[in-house]
Design a protein around this ligand. Structure first.
Ligand code: ATP
Ligand code: 3PG
Length: 399
């Protein structure tokens, strides 16, 4: 991939940087700033080189129009604190405020444009619409640096199309992630265990097909569980469920069996009366989830089962928390898996944690990041790389 060095002398040049600042928020409070910290080496390097740095980022999944709950204002404030300089936030993406913000930048200064997903063209499936937005963004810049590793699997205007209209390079975070993850992409040391959880169920179900040809064991937790249990004919109450994926999952279960891949499902579930921190809850067998309740964590027996399946693994990839770890009552499954991975890593395994919330869970629950071989800023991006897919945001940076 092309590197920042290939862009030449950047003093006085306007450099657009795509970062991944999709951080977890509680209201307007950032509960884990790991993704912002991970962006600092590239931003500091560009600022130190005298560039005028204009950062593009998204937050959440707004519907292609401005939506105050997804404003990047909290990110601009935190980025400013971490960089030790005021980071102005333009009120729009390609409008008068963005233009004025970029025009006002001095050499070595960093500014942020408002959420790229407030413009429907960013995520459009129509090439010409994305290209049009990329063309408008390009007017603000002399070069583009792609450093949002967590979005390189997205064929979006600020990730993919922009790299075709400006001199483009990979930032240090993207290079570092690709190098670290490459240890698990080619010929991973076995047994190779993949732990999947979280709530982006349909996104992650998609990666399973490929993982069934690569991994030895798939451990399923989090919101993923219930589509699997339903595929086995079990009732899941009000738990997160992708009804239209049940047939696909039945196919995965059959393929796993014929490929000799072990799919490990929880044997018990923490079932709650509602989605709330103080919801009444009890541990039930996975085949006896009461009607009217929702599974918000894997149960204690499942935690032990999963840790046991990880103990001898030589390569481990983990994406997605095992439960709603943000609520203390539903964090134990995630803790058990994190602990199991740390022990397997200490015993000589190579472990990767991927995903905004999974990485946040490791830090928020008090685990030592050094216990894992690599904590990736990418969730879907790291999974797709591990699947062996070509990622549009990387291929477009090819030298
Ligand atoms: N059983 C469950 N029901 C509902 N939500 C769940 C359940 N288990 C986990 N979650 C939620 O899943 C969320 C994280 O899911 P997500 O798929 O976004 O993972 P991630 O690690 O952030 O990966 P990515 O970076 O790809 O988004 C957490 O906020 C957690 O509360
Ligand atoms: O959180 C992530 O994994 C990245 O920021 C990508 O977000 P997306 O899944 O909404 O594209």
């Amino acid at each position: 991939m092309k590197t920042i060095d290939s862009l030449g002398d950047l003093r006085g040049k306007r450099v657009l940087v795509r970062s991944d600042f999709n951080v977890p928020l509680d209201g307007t409070t950032i509960t884990d700033d790991g993704r912002i910290r991970a962006a600092l080496p590239t931003l500091t390097r560009l600022a130190d080189a005298g560039a005028r740095v204009v950062v593009l980022a998204h937050l959440g999944r707004p519907k292609g129009a401005p939506d105050p709950q997804y404003s990047l204002a909290p990110v601009a404030a935190r980025l400013g604190e971490l960089l030790g300089q005021d980071v102005p936030l333009a009120q729009d993406l390609v409008g008068p405020s963005a233009k004025a913000t970029v025009d006002a930048l001095a050499d070595g200064q960093v500014a942020l444009l408002e959420n790229v997903r407030f413009d429907a063209r960013e995520t459009s499936k129509v090439d010409a619409e994305r290209a049009e937005l990329a063309g408008e963004l390009a007017q603000f810049a002399d070069a583009f640096v792609s450093d949002g590793f967590g979005v390189v699997h997205r064929k979006q205007a600020s990730v993919y199309d922009i790299a075709q209209v400006l001199p483009a390079a990979a930032g240090d975070l993207v290079l570092n992630e690709v190098e670290s993850l490459s240890k698990a992409t080619g010929d991973p040391e076995r047994p190779y265990a993949v732990v999947l959880g979280g709530s982006k169920v349909s996104d992650k179900l998609g990666v399973i097909a490929n993982l069934l040809t690569k991994a030895d064991r798939l451990l399923i937790g989090g919101g993923m569980v219930f589509t699997f249990l339903a595929a086995k004919g079990l009732s899941v109450g009000n738990s997160l469920l992708e009804n239209d994926q049940i047939e696909t999952v039945k196919g995965y279960l059959a393929t796993a069996e014929s490929n000799g891949v072990e799919i490990v499902l929880p044997v018990d579930i923490v079932a709650a009366d509602s989605f709330a921190a103080d919801a009444a809850h009890r541990v039930v067998a996975a085949d006896a989830i009461p009607d009217g309740t929702m599974g918000l964590d894997i149960g204690p027996e499942s935690g032990k089962l999963f840790a046991g399946k990880l103990a001898d693994a030589k390569t481990i990839a983990w994406n997605g928390p095992m439960g709603v770890f943000e609520f203390e009552a539903f964090a134990d499954g995630t803790k058990a898996v994190a602990q199991g991975i740390i022990e397997a890593t200490t015993a000589g395994g190579f472990s990767i944690v991927g995903g905004g919330d999974s990485a946040a869970a490791v830090r928020v629950l008090g685990f030592d990041e050094a216990g894992f071989s690599h904590i990736s800023t990418g969730g879907g991006a790291s999974l797709e790389l591990l699947e062996g897919k070509e990622l549009p945001g990387l291929t477009v940076l090819a030298d």
